[in-house]
Design a protein around this ligand. Structure first.
Ligand code: MN
Length: 288
């Protein structure tokens, strides 16, 4: 099953190019959290209500995906975690004048992106007016936590995953003279497009098969699979859940393969993962 959040935080089941609007069904099933938190509440109860949801969804109205505004597929997670340098190919390409000296995910663990940087999967990436700085795309598969995970072992870790989605970890690179905090450089508004859909974990027996491709202006720049990760999904959960309890709805971006590069206003980013969906992201200059 693939889930979407659209318009006024309504929830849809994806059926090809349509969404079955199950917002009212969910309310009937007891998922009555306020709009931005509705998806998190659904994720926390997903296993319990799935049979009822599937059954009653057949009567729910449909809307065409092209006629709605897709929101970040988890609009209000408690945490947005991310793995630094989790593909060898990307770690190698970063050993230049930019990013020198810091190690991989094995040394660094995880970082956070501000929740306020989240945006929808077709919303523009808004670059701030800093003409001497470089902004890069980082295409990443993300997983979403389904139940509280505290000191979880590797072999149980995938039981805590509700599903998989996609996140572009847009990043302002360090410059020759400026080395701001990583969290700030990755937390400008719209620097975390999230979606378009959440593919539930029951359809992903092993996440190593998930394969991502990102293009800019029709030219492919990034391609990789989760089989290439230095620390795999169970390893990321094991480590992060030993630091703090992960919560239902928490988003964890797994890292980016080689091929990161600059984006500028006027560019068009396309990001696809087979089985999950496609993001279409115009790049614009921020207007505020
Ligand atoms: Mn990243």
């Amino acid at each position: 099953m693939r889930l979407a959040v659209f318009d006024d935080f309504r929830i849809g089941l994806v059926e090809e190019d349509e969404l079955r609007d199950v917002t009212d069904v969910l309310e009937w099933l007891g998922i009555d959290a306020p709009g931005p938190h509705r998806m998190t509440a659904l994720i926390a109860e997903l296993d319990a209500i799935l049979p009822g949801l599937v059954d009653r969804a057949k009567q729910a109205p449909t809307v065409k995906v092209v006629d709605v505004h897709l929101r970040p597929v988890v609009p209000a997670p408690r945490h947005v975690l991310a793995a630094p340098k989790n593909y060898r190919t990307h770690a190698e390409e970063m050993r230049g004048p930019v990013g020198t000296g810091d190690g991989t995910v094995l040394d660094l663990g995880f970082f956070l992106k501000a929740n306020g940087s989240l945006s929808g999967p077709n919303d523009p990436i808004e670059l701030p007016p800093l003409p001497d700085r470089e902004f890069h795309h980082e295409a990443e598969v993300a997983f979403v936590i389904g139940k509280e995970a505290r000191a979880v072992s590797r072999d149980r870790a995938l039981d805590y995953v509700a599903g998989y989605t996609m996140l572009v970890d847009v990043t302002m690179r360090n410059s020759e003279t400026r080395r701001e905090e990583r969290v700030m450089r990755k937390s400008f508004y719209t620097f975390a497009p999230l979606g378009p859909y959440l593919l539930t974990a029951d359809e992903v027996p092993d996440p190593v098969t998930l394969e991502l491709r990102l293009s800019v202006n029709g030219v492919e720049r990034q391609h990789g699979t989760l089989g290439d990760l230095i620390v795999d999904v169970p390893g990321l959960i094991q480590h992060a859940s030993s630091v703090l309890p992960l919560q239902p709805g928490d988003v964890f971006a797994t890292g980016t393969p080689a091929g990161v590069g600059p984006i500028v206003p006027g560019d068009h980013v396309t990001f696809e993962v087979d089985g999950i969906g496609t993001m279409d992201l115009p790049v614009v200059r921020r207007s505020w």
